[in-house]
Design a protein around this ligand. Structure first.
Ligand code: SF4
Length: 418
């Protein structure tokens, strides 16, 4: 390899890839076999930069040449930037070299679209195939699928990649038409539908025949940019919910729009990246997937935008005070999960522990309950009744006052989940 040229390409193509946030490696359990290279298992690729983005994978584009002109994208064809392209072999060599030096745990490979969808997808697949078959590479591979790629290529991609993802980019079809008029939502949906069916079929076959080869064991995910168009959180979460339900997605990633280009269809270049909104969307997404909330309970026509100063679970509780207080020693698990300050693990521990004793505040604290929030919504085996029939606005003020470090820090900081 010409080292200088490769370094130059790396600088260009790693920089262009940084806007894609959908690179967590959760969900794949590829084991090291035949004394091969690497071992992708849960959690090993989770490393994030200060602003929350994952860096432990080699995250690059195959090329930033693109035939499309999506307004929000730094690689759009009308943008006057330096262009570069790796060969298939260069990406393979870089991955192996970086892995051997312990710099990375795997590969996250995306690409601008050159020539057409299949031409590009075929090269992405060849990288993964070479890594797996020629280098016995067992590290994590996440391939971005190219919208419009054929079923045959998606099938091959699933045989070599741990996770596949097709970015929806803009949450609604009308937003996509505005910012990427050359793109077609159906070109994104069709490969997603193919993958969903193939993943289900693979799971069925695996039950019958243990020797069935793995197929995209980390499933499929997608990414939506928020803040580039004027969709409400209600629209964003409705869209996410639709794709979770109909395409078996493992994750939807919400990427706060980073203004990089001047375009009258986009927010101005001085617009702040909506980091808190992005985080609230992740929290709402969590509520949908693990806490049994429906989208319409979190956001709806009357409440279309997530509160930025409090998390969506607390927001729901304050709008539904008639449900509370819950007697923690009697309430159903599904209701306990709705109490602010009680996570999934704590809720399960409560249900298990109360079989043996009636729980008081001390017990709840020991089970991991954040009493500074939960105490306004529950009663327990104690003489001290904390709720005192407060109004929602008062509860909110008390909680915010006690949680300054979490809720009232500078708006530039990304908040942690629950
Ligand atoms: S197709 Fe992808 S790489 Fe090309 S301009 Fe659109 S978002 Fe950017």
């Amino acid at each position: 390899m010409d080292a200088d040229r490769i370094t130059e390409k790396m600088n260009i193509l790693a920089d262009a890839a940084k806007y894609d946030v959908s690179c967590a490696s959760s969900g794949s359990k590829r084991k090291n076999k035949n004394k091969g290279l690497g071992n992708a298992s849960n959690g090993i690729c989770h490393s994030y930069t200060e602003d929350g983005r994952c860096v432990s994978l080699l995250k690059i584009l195959l090329t930033n040449h693109c035939i499309f002109d999506c307004a929000y994208c730094v690689s759009r064809k009308s943008n006057d930037i330096k262009r570069a392209a790796f060969t298939v072999q260069e990406v393979v060599d870089l991955t192996i070299n970086f892995y051997r030096r312990n710099y990375i745990e795997g590969l996250f490979l995306s690409s601008g679209i050159f020539m057409d969808a299949d031409y590009t997808m075929e090269r992405l697949v060849r990288v993964a195939k070479k890594l797996r078959t020629e280098h016995n590479f067992n590290g994590y591979i996440h391939l971005k699928s190219i919208p419009g790629a054929s079923d045959e290529l998606m099938k091959e991609a699933g045989l070599y990649a741990d996770r596949l993802s097709i970015n929806l980019e803009v949450p609604t079809e009308s937003g996509l038409k505005l910012l990427a008029p050359e793109k077609n939502r159906q070109d994104m949906i069709k490969p997603m539908g193919y993958l969903n069916k193939a993943i289900i079929q693979n799971a069925e076959e695996k039950k019958l025949f243990k020797s069935t080869p793995m197929f995209a064991p980390g499933g499929q995910s997608t990414q939506m940019i928020v803040g580039a168009t004027d969709e409400t959180d209600h629209q964003v979460l409705n869209s996410a919910n639709y794709f979770y339900r109909n395409f078996g997605l493992k994750r939807v990633y919400y990427s706060g729009y980073v203004p990089v280009l001047a375009d009258k269809r986009l927010p101005g270049l001085d617009t702040r990246v909506p980091m808190i909104r992005e985080n609230r969307l992740y929290q709402a997404d969590w509520l949908m997937r693990f806490y049994g909330f429906k989208v319409n309970e979190i956001v709806n026509d009357g409440h279309p935008v997530l509160d930025l100063d409090i998390d969506p679970k607390l927001s729901w509780a304050l709008r539904n005070l008639h449900v509370f207080p819950l007697d923690i020693n009697k309430a159903d698990l599904q209701l306990i999960l709705r109490v602010p300050g009680i996570g999934v693990q704590s809720a399960k521990k409560i249900v298990s522990a109360r079989q043996f004793r009636r729980l008081n505040w001390e017990n709840l604290s020991a089970l991991g309950v954040a009493l500074n929030r939960a105490k306004y919504f529950i009663t327990c085996y104690s003489n001290i009744f904390e709720k005192k029939d407060l109004a929602g606005t008062s509860i909110k003020q008390f909680i915010l006052a006690e949680s300054t470090s979490k809720y009232l820090k500078t708006t530039q900081q990304q908040l942690s989940l629950f």
